[in-house]
Design a protein around this ligand. Sequence first.
Ligand code: ZN
Length: 291
Amino acid sequence: MADKLIKGISEDKYIRFYAVDAIKTVKEAIKIHKLSVANSILTGKLLLAGLMMSFDLKNKQDLLSIKLDCSGPTKGIITTVKNNGEIKCYINNPAAEFSKETKSFKEFLQDGTISVIKDLGLKEPYIGTIELISGGIGDEMTHYYLKSEQIHTAVSVGIMFNKDGSVKQAGGFVVQLLPFAPEESISKLEENLNFLPNITDLLDMGHSIEEVIEKFVLKDIPSKIYETIEPKYFCDCSYERFLKGISLLSESELNEIIKDNEDIEVVCRFCNKKYTYSPETILKIKQSKKH
Ligand SMILES: [Zn+2]
């Protein structure tokens, strides 16, 4: 089944929601980066959150990144998404794993921050940063929305594994209360959320992501979906793009690269694709810089 990202609103227009079912995307990230179990969970959840937040992006060129920095062994994770649901990620230490003593994600991550960076083509990107409190990605993102965007939001993201360690379910939702929501809608939503099973359990029972919203999260709250897209792990790197990067190096840096007269290999950190540049190509760049 294809991954799915949906967006919708309650009929009274006071409750907005985003939801995602993205087993394939999460599996692809785990495969590309050979992630440990701990990093599969953390990265998987950040990918799910990033996908749902991508609905805030209006233009094709806009980018939204969620960046986790921590003093624990993972060190850092970054996910970057475009408004068409194309997402990619990079993990500083992909093999970092829980130790026998690790009791919680907070203990594993230790001190750190989560930043949301929105590059909307303006002079400066928008950056909102929060300190890690619980280490649970859903809770942290809920905290982010309240603190940085002043929107009452519930974020739930979950990853479920098969016995063999492969991903069985990966899904999440974001619900937001818009200003001036009537008391009745608020209490209905709160009640639904209080009795809500784990999202991955619901998906595993065979409910589609649309049913999770309609029958559980927004039970008795009429709503409609107005956008559905298929997200995927996608890196937009290319031979030309890295060449452009190389051409930004100084003349002495370029000299250093070609001093052994061997091919130069560049590896993309988001998708591990390799690009090879001959010394002649680098020499040409060097010469073109002089003019
Ligand atoms: Zn790439």
